[in-house]
Design a protein around this ligand. Structure first.
Ligand code: NAD
Length: 341
């Protein structure tokens, strides 16, 4: 394929996934030439990428192909899911994500990529700082002394270090973003890898459409988190890539709510009342919030979209998926309860 010389050429790994799929469309709308790479095609709609390569990025040769002839790489590919998945697949997650992250970064360096954005996670923060529901919001420097959440969090922290050292020793301009619970339409909503907002929307939609008002929640539902809508996430990622800031940066909302409150918000969006049934299950840390002081200082911006608006858009899309599945009379693949990462 001949590549354009008049547009900045970028690659997005994980472009078949939730954030990567949206990021491809966002970058296309900004005028970039975009290559998407993933081990699978996007599940819910076709990609806007100029070129889409189906590759297994655990393999070094695939990473060389993925990062050839582009100036910038947004590295989103990861083996991941919600709390149920990341608390029970440690070996698989650590093995796969170490290979993906290490090979992609090194291949990008060898191909002369100028800028490289790595998508880390709030799971790098130590569990000992997240033991109460009324938790102090996490500042970037709170990641040390390290005690990340699960193997998933350890890989994120190690790759952050790898990016920092590659920048210092090899000159590739690395950027590191720590997401706090990104949600929106066109993300996994059933099957076991879905995260809390999508799982909650599915449960409530199912309750509404079947007339059975009961929804299951893992634990007492008092565990707290903040949730950030996808459009804010895309804006933040792009601003960070364009900035000269190379240290890790939080990207999330700083409005702390409990999982029970999330259930209420989703029920309001659905216009239905539900009965919560609390069941044992993986709950993750007791509380987690993003301190956005540095985000505001570095980007001159912070997430704008209210949780209510984001939930409404997400709920409407998931209700349509559930309706389609019920209409086709297929059993739901999974009816997991609601937890959080
Ligand atoms: P996602 O699971 O929807 O997307 C990840 C994509 O990576 C998937 O499409 C998957 O097929 C792809 N992938 C996995 N293994 C691969 C391989 N071997 N080769 C090529 N592609 C492979 O997840 P997402 O929510 O879009 O997350 C994107 C990134 O952001 C991930 O790195 C994730 O860890 C990080 N993150 C997300 C959140 C969130 O709330 N969604 C929070 C913190 C961090």
């Amino acid at each position: 394929m001949s590549l354009p010389s008049n547009k900045k050429r970028v690659a997005v790994t994980g472009a078949g996934g939730f954030i990567g799929h949206h990021l491809v469309s966002f970058l296309k709308a900004q005028g970039y030439w975009v290559r998407g790479i993933d081990i699978k095609h996007p599940e819910f709609s076709s990609t806007d990428a100029d070129e889409f390569l189906v590759l297994d990025l655990r393999r070094w040769e695939s990473c060389l192909e993925a990062t050839r002839n582009v100036e910038e790489v947004y590295a989103l590919a990861a083996d991941m899911g919600g709390m149920g998945f990341i608390s029970s697949h440690h070996a698989e997650i650590l093995h796969n994500n170490l290979l993906i992250s290490t090979h992609t970064l090194d291949a990008a360096r060898q191909n002369g990529v100028q800028r490289y954005l790595y998508t880390s996670s709030a799971c790098v923060y130590p569990e000992y700082r997240q033991t109460s529901t009324n938790v102090v919001a996490l500042k970037e420097e709170d990641a040390y002394p390290a005690e990340p959440q699960d193997a998933y969090g350890w890989e994120k922290l190690i790759t952050e270090r790898l990016c920092t050292h590659y920048r210092a020793e090899y000159g590739i301009e690395t950027r590191i973003v720590r997401f706090h619970n990104i949600f929106g339409p066109h993300g996994t909503w059933d099957g076991g890898r879905e995260k809390a907002p999508a799982a909650m929307c599915r449960k409530v939609a199912f309750a509404k459409l079947t007339g059975n008002p009961e929804i299951e929640i893992w634990g007492d539902g008092e565990q707290t988190r903040s949730f950030c809508y996808i459009d804010d996430c895309l804006e933040g990622i792009h601003r960070l890539m364009r900035s000269d800031y190379s240290q890790p940066l939080n990207l999330g909302q700083d409005r702390l709510i409990s999982i029970n409150q999330l259930a209420d918000l989703v029920s309001d969006a659905a216009g239905v009342s539900v009965q919560r049934r609390h069941v044992p299950g993986p709950e993750g840390v007791r509380g987690r919030n993003s301190d956005n002081t540095r985000l505001r200082a570095v980007l001159g911006w912070e997430p704008q979209i209210s949780l209510e608006d984001g939930i409404r858009k997400t709920y409407d899309w998931i209700e349509a998926q559930v309706r389609e599945q019920l209409d086709s009379a297929e059993p739901l693949r999974s009816r997991s309860a609601v937890g959080v990462a």
